[in-house]
Design a protein around this ligand. Structure first.
Ligand code: GTR
Length: 406
């Protein structure tokens, strides 16, 4: 049940700012035909779909379909006295194809017991199973795991604090959607969309990140129906490969009210053209199943991409986006993550928001900066810490509010 791994900061990668090559970023507000995008309408009706198609066709791969007609869910367990009485707990089994023997995802949901109405809710995939996020004996254990790992990712999921501040938390194990292994594309949700005779995604179709993002949208399909959750205030978040995923989910599905990327690095918030830390070639070599096959064409040729990752963030505009980095996580290129946030701002401004709010420089550690686009870097390594969650919650409070539900 272990996620695929790469060496985390291998030799041979560039960690020197002075070695970052010169590069020119594509302008999100200049269309493919060279025309200038100067109205919100043209952004929405023409430029945004154009960029979305480029990310689909060249990088993450096309998502072949939305919610299957036969998809259904069952509440398999619930309690009103979880977390010592502080929370309601619900576990919902989502059968993606409707079939009990088809791929399915268990969604774990905690909401504050004292809420007087539906609450804003964080939704994020987890790496090792729902039972690892909190030592709650009622949480189901995925096949292949056992009791020994119950609660062992608790440090990344401060459930008490989240619920104590009036938020809901929903999470699912990413393997439920697509196991993170270089398989032959037989497992997970990919086969649900194969045409007759097809046995793997086409070169420009989705890899695993696309599938995980799709799964987040299916989780939202459920959350929109849950009376304890405010479906119009669902925050999609993720760390690392799952931060790449939350950005892609937020870019494609505008029902997500707010998007958070934590240490998402290459293929996430970091600018590819900087080739700092992990590069396109490196990620496609270590994790050939994450992106579409077509993305390999840009190995060591980042400058030929018609976009860079600032344009992924721009796709989320005008909804709020928070980019979080860790100072010591050079593999994920903290400065490249900041620069993406920064260079997405003109789109947010065109749409009438304050974007990065005039911030010109990467901030010192522990200072949340920006406006509709937030940026924060904390000291330390590649991880999700309590400090990260404080920033997630502060940003969500600012942009979504929660007063009316308490
Ligand atoms: C690393 C990978 C990164 C990041 C990370 C993770 O090995 O190179 O892109 O995704 O894994 O997801 O933990």
């Amino acid at each position: 049940l272990s996620p695929s791994r790469a060496v985390s900061q291998p030799a041979g990668a560039n960690y020197e700012e002075s070695e970052v090559p010169d590069y020119t970023l594509p302008d999100p507000l200049t269309a493919e035909d060279g025309s200038r995008i100067s109205s919100p309408e043209r952004w929405r009706d023409s430029r945004r779909p154009e960029i979305l198609r480029q990310f689909e066709g060249l990088m993450y791969g096309k998502t072949p379909g939305g919610r299957p007609d036969a998809m259904r869910w069952e509440v398999i367990e619930s309690a009103t006295d979880a977390l010592g009485g502080a929370a309601k707990r619900k576990q919902v089994r989502i059968f993606f194809s409707g079939r009990a023997d088809g791929p399915r995802m268990d969604l774990l949901l905690y909401t504050p017991a004292d809420a007087t109405g539906p609450v804003p809710t964080f939704l994020g995939l987890n790496f090792k199973g729902n039972h690892t996020v909190f030592p709650d004996p009622a949480i189901t254990i995925p096949e292949g795991a056992d009791e020994s790992s119950r609660g062992d990712r608790r440090g990344r999921w401060p459930v008490d604090e989240i619920v104590g501040r009036g938020f809901g938390l929903a999470t699912a194990f990413y393997f439920d959607i697509d196991p993170d292994v270089k398989d032959q594309w037989r497992d997970g949700v990919h086969p649900l969309f194969y045409a007759e005779g097809q046995d793997r995604p086409l070169p420009d179709e989705w890899g695993s990140i696309g599938a995980w993002a799709w799964g987040l949208s299916r989780a939202l399909d459920y959350l929109e129906t849950d009376e304890d959750v405010d479906g119009a205030r669902v925050v999609v978040l993720g760390h690392s490969r799952l931060g790449k995923t939350s950005l892609w989910a937020g870019a494609q599905d505008d029902r997500f009210a707010l998007v958070i990327s934590n240490d998402s690095g290459c293929g996430g918030a970091a600018l590819s053209r900087r080739r700092f830390g992990e590069t396109v070639e490196r990620i496609n070599t270590s994790f050939p199943h994450w992106f579409s096959d077509t993305f390999n064409e840009f190995n060591a040729d980042e400058d030929s991409l018609p976009f860079d990752q600032h344009m992924l963030i721009a796709l989320i505009a005008p909804r709020p986006v928070l980019v979080c980095s860790a100072e010591g996580d050079l593999w994920a290129d903290p400065r490249g993550e900041f620069l993406s946030a920064y260079h997405a701002s003109p789109v947010f401004e065109l749409l009438g928001t304050d974007g990065i709010a005039g911030v010109e420089e990467m901030p010192p550690v522990n200072e949340l900066v920006g406006g509709t686009i937030g940026y924060h870097v904390r000291p330390g390594e590649h991880d999700v810490t309590m400090r990260d969650w404080e920033v997630f919650m502060e940003f969500a409070d600012r942009h979504l509010g929660r007063e009316e539900s308490r």
